[in-house]
Ligand binder design. Structure first.
Ligand code: SME
Length: 161
């Protein structure tokens, strides 16, 4: 397991993802516990990019339930189809919200959140098992570069589900 991450803050966002992903894989490769690996992956994302909030919600029956996260306290349960997270789960797709005030039904766990990206994470039966939610306190902070590399993170999480 790596003990210290190399994070070059002067790099572009894409270069930073490219630098971090191999380190993230090395961090989790010798550990099989889901919660331990999620906790470390979330910490890597939070501290590398200074996102406002990074965490996961697990699919449990007809709701999402809060899992490991870094950032301020958050709502614990979200119904299927509600908010960005519940919509990502229901529609089984990545959702980028450039301005949360313009997303109908957005659930505001914090008024500081201005934009977000949510990715569904599939288990090996191709069902959504959890969602990865990343919030920024800046408007329009997520784009196709985030989607591309965070999809790789989602696939890494799928590998130990
Ligand atoms: N904004 C999310 C709720 C989760 S929190 O932001 C941590 C949503 O609309 O689903």
């Amino acid at each position: 397991m790596v003990e210290e991450l190399i994070i070059s803050h002067s790099l572009s966002k894409e270069e930073k993802y490219k630098e971090l992903l191999p380190q993230m894989k090395a961090l989790v490769e010798s550990e099989s516990d889901l919660i331990a690996n999620l906790a470390n992956i979330i910490a890597v994302l939070k501290y590398s990019f200074h996102f406002f909030w990074v965490g996961v919600y697990f699919v449990k029956k007809e709701e999402l339930v809060l899992g490991p996260f870094q950032g301020p306290i958050a709502c614990t349960r979200i119904a299927k189809g509600k908010g960005v997270c519940g919509t990502s789960w229901k529609e089984e797709k990545v959702i980028i919200v450039p301005n949360v005030d313009e997303f109908p039904g957005h659930i505001a766990c914090s008024s500081a959140t201005k934009s977000e990206i949510v990715l569904p994470i599939f288990n090996k039966n191709n069902e959504v098992a959890l969602v990865l939610d990343i919030d920024s306190d800046e408007l329009n902070n997520f784009d196709q570069i985030d989607e591309k590399y965070l999809t790789e993170v989602s696939q890494l999480i799928t590998s130990f589900l």
